[in-house]
Ligand binder design. Structure first.
Ligand code: NAD
Length: 452
């Protein structure tokens, strides 16, 4: 690992990644190998947790292709130095900002969308002209192996290298003085990464998790709310960082909303055999999730299949913030429903917890929409929808507080992996003497007149 790291540093210092054409070549190559190896990528993720081709394409590969296309079309303008006006104190001069790559970066991925969460940050890092060591999650073992195979075969290890491994390997990598660490995973491991980075004053982006609330208000289009919310919650069997974690529903519409929710779940026909559903990633998570299902609160579902690691969509009702299921991020297909009679109190409860990665509100009232936008702090979210905000690369994707720091996607990813260097460029044909000693009253008067 140290050798790859040192070689990447040396290569970076050769300035070859500063060339926009070089960066474009890397992006085109990446797109080509992803396209050519789609069947292998589909198979590997299916072996990990029976994720269907349809979902692998829509929630992983298509987003990567779109990130690459955006980067290729915008790279020229993103990487240009930008002129800005010069302040009076520096007259006459030119002022400009140069985006420069940070250097050699480490990207650590999570298992739930193994391709998207590992390769999208790598696209941003390569676009910005960095060299990349990528450490995918060992938990999606087949997906990790196929990424290592196709990337390490196609790329020079001095530019882009996949290092597979678990805690031990990651710990070793974290000791190296990277120029940036981009981590996706749990808040708990995020703290370990942050501490390790601090030793080398390495900047970090932390894409973490949390409990994302969904408000269902009495004036919501309940049918549409149920349709969109059910899709967002049970996609990938709830193993989505921005999935609605729990629902806060206005008491008077609770029964009507739940009826629609059940109708939608039944319509979606969640089943592994027809590839509409996925497994829980491993036994450890399966057992953790089973414990969160309180039999006395099951409104719908609760059915599990241990040998197959399947937990069918489960709705828990009459829940409170004190329930076990409300003490940790669920990250699975269990949805607690908490009813409220006073929206301000419900907002207050969310405010009293860690800042979530996402928040969703279903309502037709613009007053309530504004209230949620203004009063709650969260990474990002949607009004009358859920999860889909991640797909718009014109918006930054990232958390706040315990759900993370920094963001990426589109131009925001380029910025995350760049340093913006400010240059004041002064000619030598003119110099005012005001700032130089000996300090006199008349110099001070002129400075005050000019600068206020
Ligand atoms: P995790 O934190 O267990 O693992 C993430 C990565 O860290 C893996 O590559 C793993 O090998 C490494 N790791 C694990 N323990 C480590 C340790 N002690 N020292 C160093 N490295 C270690 O997370 P996960 O189980 O892969 O993913 C689930 C979590 O990630 C959830 O909380 C979810 O919300 C969050 N997540 C966030 C986003 C986002 O974009 N914000 C996306 C997906 C998942």
């Amino acid at each position: 690992m140290n050798t790859v790291f040192q070689n990447q540093k040396t290569f970076f210092n050769s300035n070859q990644t500063k060339s926009v054409e070089f960066r474009k070549q890397q992006l085109r190559k990446l797109k080509k190998i992803l396209k050519e190896n789609e069947p292998l990528l589909f198979d590997a993720i299916y072996l990990d947790f029976k994720k269907a081709k349809f979902e692998t394409y829509t929630t992983e590969l298509s987003l990567l292709y779109s990130e690459i296309e955006t980067a290729l079309s915008k790279l020229n303008s993103w990487s240009k130095k930008k002129r800005v006006s010069t302040n009076l104190a520096n007259f006459p001069a030119k002022s400009y900002i140069i985006p420069e790559p940070l250097g050699t970066v480490l990207i650590i991925g999570a298992w739930n969308y193994p391709y998207q969460l590992a390769i999208a940050p790598a696209i941003a890092a390569l676009t910005a002209g960095n060299t990349v060591i990528l450490k995918p999650s060992e938990i999606a073992a087949h997906s990790s192996a196929i990424m290592a195979k196709i990337i390490n075969e196609a790329f020079d290890a001095t530019v882009f290298y996949v290092q597979e491994g678990a805690v031990e390997e990651t710990t070793t990598l974290l000791e190296l003085p990277f120029d940036k660490i981009f981590f996706t995973g749990s808040t708990q491991v995020g703290k370990i990464v942050y501490q390790a980075a601090a030793k080398n004053i390495t900047p970090v982006t932390l894409e973490l998790g949390g409990k994302s609330p969904t408000f269902i208000c009495k004036d919501a289009n309940l049918k549409m709310a149920a349709k969109r919310m059910v899709w967002a919650k049970f996609l990938n069997a709830g193993q989505t960082c921005i999935a609605p974690d729990y629902v806060l529903v206005e008491e008077t519409v609770k029964d009507a909303f739940l009826k629609e929710v059940i109708r939608e779940i039944e319509k979606m026909d969640y089943c592994i055999a027809n590839e509409n559903y996925v497994q829980i990633i491993n036994d450890k998570n399966f057992e953790r999730l089973e414990k969160l299902i309180d039999p006395s609160k099951i409104y719908f579902g609760g059915k599990t299949d241990k040998p197959e690691r399947i937990i069918y969509p489960t709705i828990l009702h009459n829940c409170t913030f004190d329930d076990l299921v409300m003490q940790e991020e669920i990250f699975g297909p269990i949805l607690p429903i908490i009813s409220y009679s006073n929206l301000d109190e419900a907002i207050g409860k969310v405010k009293g917890r860690e800042k979530p990665l996402s928040c969703y509100v279903f309502t037709s009232s613009s007053e309530i929409q504004n209230k949620i936008e203004n009063e709650l702090s969260f990474g990002g979210g949607a009004i009358n929808d859920a999860v889909m905000h991640i797909s718009n690369d014109k918006m930054p994707f990232g958390g706040v507080g315990a759900s993370g720091m920094g963001n990426y996607h589109g131009k925001f990813g380029f910025d995350t992996f760049s340093h913006f260097k400010s240059i004041l460029n002064k000619p030598t044909w003119l110099e005012f003497d005001f700032k130089y000693a000996p300090y006199t009253d008349w110099k001070q008067k002129i400075i005050k007149m000019l600068l206020g």
